[in-house]
Write a protein that binds this ligand. Structure first.
Ligand code: HEM
Length: 147
């Protein structure tokens, strides 16, 4: 059972109130596809992922980035039981999409970088720590149905 301090709860809420979902989702997903190119293999239906410029301007990548942020919002709204809230999403990624679960951490790292760049000086070490914990719980919940 994950417990959250008041500071962590307030900080996570604050981060999501400050970031622009339409930028963070697409930028994080496209960064992941560029930096860790093996993650492209799951997005064969997304068309041209030929180079960094193509990935960054691909409308399907942008749209899916927003879907991922929607997934994070679900975690935000269910902070006391992210595992339960993510049960179906975990089954989808493991059984249907067969995404290697190591990739969740890679996308989480890209999300951290993009959020840091949006928050600037507000992304203090304490804020970073709270966000890292949130993403670690999200990644663990996504991994849950793998066996
Ligand atoms: C679909 C969230 C990581 C590959 C989805 C969906 C959500 C989501 C909400 C839509 C589910 C639905 O349609 O019901 C997340 C979150 C992640 C994550 C929160 C981690 C923070 C990843 C990673 C990969 C991946 C790392 C692959 C490297 C996919 C694919 C789909 C999908 C291929 C289906 C896309 C489509 O064809 O529309 N994800 N995901 N996900 N995810 Fe993830």
């Amino acid at each position: 059972m994950v417990t959250w301090t008041d500071f962590e709860r307030a900080t996570i809420q604050d981060i999501f109130s400050k970031i622009d979902y339409d930028i963070v989702g697409p930028d994080a997903l496209s960064r992941c596809l560029i930096v860790y190119p093996w993650t492209q293999r799951y997005f064969g239906s997304f068309g041209n992922l030929y180079n960094a410029a193509a990935i960054a301007s691909n409308p399907k990548v942008a749209a899916h980035g927003k879907v991922v942020l929607g997934g994070l919002e679900k975690a935000l709204k269910n902070m006391d039981d992210i595992k339960q809230a993510y049960a179906d999403l975990s089954v989808l990624h493991s059984e249907k999409l067969q995404v290697d679960p190591d990739n969740f951490k890679l996308l989480a790292d890209c999300l951290t970088i993009v959020v840091a760049s949006q928050l600037g000086k507000d992304f203090t070490p304490e804020v970073h720590a709270a966000f890292a914990k949130f993403l670690a719980v999200v990644v663990a919940a996504l991994r849950k149905q793998y066996h």
